[in-house]
Design a protein around this ligand. Structure first.
Ligand code: ATP
Ligand code: MG
Length: 239
């Protein structure tokens, strides 16, 4: 990564920026170099669960440029949450600061699979990078790369097993494999048709089937993430 990739900010300056945000605002980045690993689905789900569990005001951002998250949001036709534009890589810090000034306590940023300038900035600014990983070798490799970049930028990471299949060998082994590379969330997201169906309708399973197994997985995952954020960000989280 060259310095120019940061639009004039050195790695040290970016780290400082990250510290500043860590002081009063939680920024969750959902990232992985593996296409289709479940980033947008997870970002959308967390955006519904976080305020439901008492952490807000929350704003979504899509660093994948009209990626899956924006398409999901469009299908919601004005229903919450709020989606903010990023304003370009050179203005991301300003946008985040403005949202913070307007009272945002949590920003969730979805990213695309390519490690471009924008994603690097998002990883540097995040309080925590959540890395969904399907039980596939390629995903583990890509997840590890993403985690290494984030950690090099001074940002904490957590792997989340996504689209797991109960009883399948790789699904059973994936958490052990990932644990060799970093922290793994103690909540697995299984592959379930209702998850994809809800997203296709501009909803999440938390809305379409709030008592179902998929919703319970997300609640358990959020509880863990909320706990991790509480240790990183100096915020008085309600709830
Ligand atoms: N738990 C799940 N169960 C079933 N299908 C899922 C689950 N999670 C994600 N999917 C499906 O997998 C596909 C890819 O998911 P998603 O778009 O969230 O991945 P992504 O990482 O954002 O992809 P990209 O890298 O292209 O941005 C989608 O069709 C989505 O509906
Ligand atoms: Mg996506």
């Amino acid at each position: 990564m060259s310095e120019s990739a940061y639009y004039g900010l050195s790695e040290g300056e970016l780290r400082e920026l990250g510290q500043l945000y860590r002081a009063g605002l939680a920024i969750i980045a959902v990232a992985s170099g593996a296409a289709g690993s479940g980033k947008s689905t997870l970002a959308a789900s967390l955006a519904i669960q976080a305020p439901r569990a008492g952490l807000g005001p929350m704003v979504l951002m899509d660093a994948a440029r009209r990626g899956g998250l924006t398409q999901w949001w469009d299908r919601r036709r004005g229903q919450k949450p709020q989606l903010s534009s990023l304003g370009g890589a050179s203005r991301l810090a300003d946008t985040v600061e403005r949202l913070h000034g307007m009272g945002a306590k949590l920003i969730i940023i979805d990213t695309g699979p390519n490690m471009d300038d924008m994603v690097e900035q998002v990883l540097a600014m995040a309080s925590l990078v959540i890395i969904p990983c399907r039980p596939e070798r390629n995903d583990v490799f890509a997840a590890d790369m993403t985690s290494e970049v984030a950690q090099m930028l001074g940002t904490k990471t957590v792997f989340v097993v996504s689209s797991a299949i109960r009883g399948a060998r790789m699904s059973d082994q994936i958490a052990v494999e990932l644990a060799k590379h970093g922290t793994v969330a103690p909540a697995t997201l299984f592959r379930r048709p209702e998850v994809a169906q809800a997203i296709a309708k501009g909803q999440t399973v938390l809305e379409t089937d709030p008592e179902g197994e998929a919703a319970k997985e997300l609640e358990k995952l959020w509880e863990y993430i909320h706990g991790r954020l509480g240790k990183i960000v100096q915020l008085n989280f309600p709830g």
